[in-house]
Design a protein. Structure first.
Length: 70
């Protein structure tokens, strides 16, 4: 499973997940349990819809294919 959730995306997911859980507790609603989803995807660094759509917010490391001719 290749990671497709970048660091800024993870921070946003954690904040939103905690906010949803907090609202669920405040309003005494089970809908707050949905906040677990963004927390889980932030924790593992992989989002299934991103994988299906071919989206990635991770920084891509470019590897140089050139040989050092010193």
């Amino acid at each position: 499973m290749k990671k497709n959730v970048g660091s800024l995306d993870r921070i946003i997911r954690v904040v939103l997940g905690l906010a949803i859980i907090g609202l669920g507790i405040f309003f005494q609603s089970w809908w707050g349990a949905i906040g677990i989803v963004p927390l889980a995807t932030a924790g593992i660094g992989w989002c299934p819809p991103y994988a299906v759509l071919g989206i990635s917010t991770c920084k891509v490391k470019e590897e140089s294919g050139q040989l050092d001719k010193s």
